[in-house]
Design a protein around this ligand. Structure first.
Ligand code: NAP
Length: 301
């Protein structure tokens, strides 16, 4: 299997590419999409309480005919309906129709209530009860991880974060922190340069590499995630694309290729900050002009 297993700090291993179910809805269409992913070779399904399609994901896993141990299931505590962690995982297990999940994540630090140490202690209890083989977090930054680690008996196995070339420069310290603490980073929305930022500076190196390696741009971006040592959490409704994602594990990006993508990403991020700055300035100037008119109007009264 080209997308290797990555060893976790608790002795378990995680498949390094996942099919995600965010934004793919409910019903039979969702079951079909997850089944399609499993049929082309995905063995890691990433869902969440808040995606509201754990039931569909679980049905697809069962209908695939694969043994439970051959499918890796991640779900997340999203703080849905104000439910606590213990109630939520029992609901998720019921929805998924399984006795345990392979990885259970706190979806975001803001749902770690009443605070991170208390929420993490509840996660540790679930792990001790065998309801989750591994426990981890998502969208945690360095400061939040430091708070968690200060009282943790069990270290988080993984931290699922936004990672694509345009945010790489700002996420690099977090990737280093994860690695230094034996936490595996998982990358979501890695295809942002294609899906949300087409025409940005990353296109040039990605398209050049894709052409040279006879690959597609999405494959190059997933190979870039692999080069960063992260688990790729991606998705597609299309079979040909899913097959391409799996084949992307065989793409050999050189150090120079990775550096060219990093550099273009940083350039795009600087451009974003500049544009954001101009927008803020324009808004301030507009507000100033309105305030001046009001002042002038009142002064004439
Ligand atoms: N933990 C969190 O807070 C969090 C947040 C966001 C996402 N996630 C997880 O990550 C998973 C993936 O998130 P994402 O959708 O943002 O990831 P992504 O991997 O960046 O994007 C996937 C999308 O890219 C499109 N795509 C792929 N190649 C393309 C191409 N060459 N041209 C045009 N479109 C292309 C696919 O559309 P087609 O269907 O048309 O192929 C698909 O909808 C989610 O399902 C979820 O499991 C987690």
């Amino acid at each position: 299997m080209p997308w290797d297993l990555i060893q976790l700090n608790d002795g378990n291993a995680i498949p390094s590419i996942a099919f995600g179910t965010w934004g793919i809805g409910n019903g039979q269409g969702t079951v079909d999409q997850v089944e399609q992913a499993i049929s082309v070779g995905f063995s890691h399904i990433d869902t969440a309480q808040v995606y509201k399609n754990e039931e569909e994901a679980g049905r697809a896993v069962r209908e695939s005919g694969l043994a439970r141990r051959d499918v890796y299931i991640t779900t997340k505590y999203s703080g849905l309906d104000g439910l606590d962690i213990e109630t939520s995982i029992h609901n998720s297990l019921k929805n998924l129709g399984v006795e345990y999940v392979d990885l259970y994540l706190i979806h975001h630090p803001r749902v770690a209530r009443p605070d991170i140490p208390t929420a993490w202690a509840e996660m540790e209890t679930l792990s001790e009860q065998g309801l989750a083989k591994s426990i981890g977090v998502s969208n945690f930054g360095v400061d939040e991880l430091a708070v968690l680690l200060a009282s943790a008996k069990i270290k988080p196995a993984a931290n699922q974060i936004l990672l694509h070339p345009y945010v790489y420069a700002r996420q690099a310290p977090l990737l280093a922190f994860d690695a230094a603490h034996g936490i595996v980073s998982e990358a979501y929305s890695a295809l942002t340069p294609i899906t949300h930022r087409p025409g940005g500076p990353v296109d040039e190196p990605v398209n050049e590499i894709a052409q040279r390696l006879n690959a597609t741009a999405d494959q190059v971006l997933l190979a870039w995630v692999k080069a960063k040592g992260a688990v790729a959490v991606t998705t597609s409704s299309k079979k040909f694309r899913l097959e391409g994602y799996l084949a992307a594990a065989d793409l050999k990006l050189s150090t120079e290729d990775v550096a060219a993508i990093d550099l273009a990403g940083a350039k795009g991020a600087r451009r974003d900050s500049f544009i954001k700055g101009v927008h803020v300035l324009a808004k301030l100037m507009l507000l100033g002009a309105v305030a001046f008119r009001i002042y002038a109007f009142l002064a004439e009264m």
